[in-house]
Write a protein that binds this ligand. Structure first.
Ligand code: GAL
Length: 863
């Protein structure tokens, strides 16, 4: 069950159980919006005619709809995709019986410059695209009648970031109604200042808002619930809240013998805060609780619940590959599961607040989160507060990046981020910056001092960090002394300074916040090392380059391409230096943008490609970070014309040795040694056929793998990872197309066009093949396999296609047919399990009002 569904259920349960006592109701408000690309005049007004606009459901990213264009203003950072201005509108009814309630709309994220109106009244504008914002609608609503929310999104100044930001209302939207006496937005602060074997002290500060004119004596009750619903601890207090004011109730109580939270056992509880005046329940508000202790030691590293732990981390951007930044909870969950499967226990939210769903999943699945707020402060290298101050050719941040907004918005953005996420046990550090030039070249200390102080005062339970590159220069500016923990990004060779700096700076605690930056393209190989900023020797694997034919835009998957240091050497440093708290590689997944130049449109740093196919390096981490019996070998074994050429074959395994066989002949056993602890190697004169590797541990076989040279591509396999799609849960199906020869061997080089046809209530959300040079639009009905594989992502939600084009909206059969010219077509049968969506307190209003209707209903005239 995905998070969205859980939330819907929670709010339904709450409304059902407590309807009589007027508690809070929080409802998802994603469905049934109208959208137009462009900037029509008067679109914020109540009476504007938007009937020609496109109908769609949120979350939505218009940028990912393409097309790719080498002249797109977003350029390489934005993946050559369109940006611009867009508008969203939604007309809805507010039931009359809600009069007297406080009604709020909450946007989890609008990229960017989201400006919001209700019934023509402007509620505000928020430039930063990654932070949620709540507006109160109450005074402007037409109770019992028609209301219109209008949102203008302005992403036209490009590039607005160094990566792909997407464009639109790309996260969820919520409508909440509460009593006038209620818990404020993000209004609880839950922590456990004392944890021992017998109990934890739970401290909860609750901001209580009283919108009534009279003072109120409010009873504040805190209860800790287990997942099963048992009450495990509670306390009650009272607080006086003056009329039209707010007050903070500070409570603390004992929770006996809590199960501790950790990545391996993410034990979670819920704190339920109930507000009452007399016998009347005014509000019920829930916050997550995970009990854990953290200690950072400059010599011994990091301790979680008293046990040493090394962070095995990944940095990721938020885009979900072919879906762009549009948040599909299931797509995010799939990605986090892939991280979990290779033993990742920590994630860095590069370089901005990720979605609330991400935070909830991190708590639930067990990830330690370095929670980052900014990539830019006032300076974008050559820009300060948006003004050009030096050569535009200087290396830089984004031309229209956050430096334009920092001065006005940073306090609000930072505090809101802390408020939003402070109750999540997964958050272990606040990262106030990534590679800000203020740290090094310019040595400006004012901002770091200010931000660190702000975090310490507002949320003192976690240390403050930042990801810093060119540490050798930052070491001279005094900047780093202000951080509690220093994050070493690889840039400028910082990853080679751990030992020296540990000696030199006696108070410094360090971890690798962004190392290594290795590059790899799925299924591509070179035996010669290809490094940017070479400072560290990675020997060539052969004297002559074996794979001369590899396209210059592709990167080798032998862990010999990248920036400064490779995956194996980086992990070696991290795992052997006890004081390095852990490492966060750049990145887990390929991401749209930061491509390095046309025709490439993706960043190729991921150990998993853009559409979730693992690359070889994925298995390197699995071999180091899990105990799962496994062996993986590379490269593939389809090298016609290279008969007799010596090809290095590498294995990653959790065994202690492995034996390789070519066509049944043993090529010998290789074991790990101190000199060679991370991969096993055989130099194999190429002959087509079968390559088999057997992994052993303590002499016992634990795993084996076989790859075979494929003959002529002759067919394809078409598979789905899910056959039942519940639209209410926004279920997705990830379909795989895999090319094979006649005998059923995977063909690692076959590129074939596939066309997809769907019958029934489903639609394509995205297609891709992982190729960084792929320019086929993400929402196309055709996709070409790349190195033998392609992906199609489907949904059965009531999006625009289904509502408009599908007559049969009943639960129904979905038939997906894939065709490749000259080959037998393949069919998949899926089922949509439910029709439509759940009833809303705020139903859509599809009427087209005349001015007189509206005035009759009591809405004040709008200018
Ligand atoms: C780092 C930066 C990342 C990404 C990476 C690419 O310096 O923090 O956001 O740009 O380089 O190499």
């Amino acid at each position: 069950m995905n998070t969205l569904r859980i939330f819907a259920l929670l709010s339904l349960t709450a409304s059902f159980l407590f309807a009589a006592e007027s508690p809070r109701s929080r409802e998802n408000f994603d469905l049934g919006w109208s959208f137009v690309k462009g900037d029509p005049v008067d679109a914020e007004k109540l009476l504007f005619d938007a009937s020609e606009w496109r109908e769609l459901d949120l979350p939505h990213d218009w940028s990912v709809e393409g097309p790719f264009d080498p002249n797109a203003p977003a350029g390489a950072p934005g993946g050559y995709l369109p940006a611009g201005i867009g508008w969203y509108r939604k007309a809805f009814k507010v039931p009359e019986n809600l009069e007297g309630r406080r009604i709020f709309i909450e946007f989890d994220g609008i990229y960017m410059n989201g400006e919001v109106w209700i019934n023509g009244h402007r509620l505000g504008k928020r430039p930063y695209g990654y932070i949620g914002v709540e507006y109160e609608l109450t005074p402007h609503l037409n109770f019992g009648g028609r209301n219109v929310i209008a949102v203008r999104v302005d992403d036209s100044r490009q590039p607005s970031a160094r990566w792909y930001g997407g464009a639109g209302i790309y996260r969820h939207v919520w409508l909440t109604h509460t009593d006038p006496v209620h818990v404020d937005h993000w209004g609880t602060y839950v922590r456990t200042p004392e944890v021992n074997e017998q109990f934890a002290t739970v401290a909860v500060d609750t901001t209580v808002t009283n919108d009534l004119p009279k003072d109120q004596k409010v009873t504040v009750q805190q209860e800790v619930f287990s997942v099963e619903g048992a009450i495990l601890a509670k306390t009650t207090g009272t607080i006086k809240v003056s009329g039209k004011g707010e007050a903070i109730a500070k409570q603390s109580f004992r929770f006996p013998r809590p199960k501790l939270w950790s990545p391996d056992s993410p034990n979670l509880y819920t704190v339920r805060t109930t507000l009452k005046t007399g016998d009347q329940v005014r509000d019920i508000y829930e916050s997550p609780l995970g009990v854990r202790t953290l200690r950072f030691d400059r010599e011994e590293g990091m301790f979680l619940n008293g046990e040493p732990i090394v962070m095995r981390g990944m940095c990721n951007h938020q885009d979900l590959g072919p879906l762009g930044t549009a948040l599909w909870d299931e797509a995010l969950e799939r990605r986090l599961k892939m991280m979990k499967a290779i033993g990742v226990n920590a994630l860095r939210t590069a370089h901005y607040p990720h979605s609330p769903e991400f935070m909830r999943m991190a708590d639930k699945m067990g990830f330690l989160v370095i929670n980052e707020t900014f990539d830019e402060w006032r300076r974008g290298w050559n820009f300060v507060d948006g003004q050009l101050v030096s050569s535009p050719n200087d290396r830089g941040k984004a031309r229209y990046g956050y430096n334009e907004y920092f001065t006005e918005w940073h306090e609000r953005d930072l505090i809101d981020h802390l408020k939003r996420d402070r109750n999540h046990p997964s958050v272990i550090m606040w990262s106030i910056a990534n590679e800000v030039p203020e740290a090094q070249k310019f040595g400006e200390l004012e901002t770091v001092q200010k931000l660190v102080k702000m975090v310490h005062e507002f949320e003192p339970t976690r240390p403050v960090t930042a990801g810093i590159n060119h540490i050798h220069t930052a070491n001279e500016t005094g900047f780093l002394e202000h951080l509690d923990i220093v994050g070493y990004n690889g840039g400028g060779g910082s990853c080679f300074l751990y030992e020296e700096d540990h000696e030199r700076f006696k108070d410094r605690i360090i971890y690798a916040s962004e190392v290594p930056h290795s590059l790899q393209t799925r299924g591509e190989y070179r035996t010669h090392t290809n490094y940017r900023e070479e400072q560290h020797e990675i020997p060539n694997l052969t004297e002559e380059e074996v794979f001369q034919e590899t396209d210059a835009w592709y990167e080798s998957s032998y862990d010999n391409a990248g920036v400064r240091i490779n995956a194996r050497d980086s992990w070696h440093l991290t795992s052997t230096l006890p004081y390095v708290l852990g490492e966060f590689r750049w990145t887990g997944f390929d991401y749209i943008g930061e491509s390095g130049g046309w025709p490439r449109v993706l960043g190729n740093f991921g150990i998993i490609d853009l559409c979730n196919f693992p690359k070889d390096t994925y298995y390197f981490y699995q071999s180091q970070w899990t105990d799962k019996p496994m062996i993986h070998i590379l490269p593939h074994w389809n090298w016609p014309g290279k008969e007799g050429t010596v090809i290095p074959v590498h294995a990653y395994t959790t065994g202690d040795e492995a034996e390789l066989f070519l066509n049944g002949q043993s090529l010998g056993v290789r074991s790990f040694s101190e000199a060679n602890p991370y991969h096993l190697e055989w130099l194999v004169p190429y002959a087509p056929g079968e390559l088999k590797a057997v992994a052993r541990k303590n002499g016992e076989e634990i795993a084996q793998t076989v790859i075979r040279t494929a003959g002529t591509p002759a067919k394809f396999v078409f598979e789905t990872d899910q056959t039942q799609l519940d639209p209410r849960e926004r279920d997705l199906a990830y379909l795989t197309i895999r090319v094979e020869d006649e005998a059923g061997n995977f063909h690692p080089k076959a590129d074939r066009w596939v066309s997809i046809q769907i019958k029934g209530p489903a639609r394509i959300l995205g297609v891709h093949n992982g190729d960084p040079l792929n320019h086929e639009p993400f929402q196309s009905r055709t996709v070409k396999t790349f190195n033998g594989l392609a992906r199609v992502i489907l949904t059965a939600t009531t999006g625009e296609d289904i509502v408009k084009k599908n007559e049969n909206r009943e639960s129904g059969e979905i038939i997906v047919t894939a065709r490749v010219r000259g080959w037998e077509s393949q069919e998949l049968r899926l089922k949509r399990t439910h029709e439509g969506t759940e009833a809303s307190v705020f139903p859509p209003d599809n009427s087209t009002p005349r001015p007189t209707d509206v005035y009759d209903e009591g809405v004040p005239p709008v200018d």
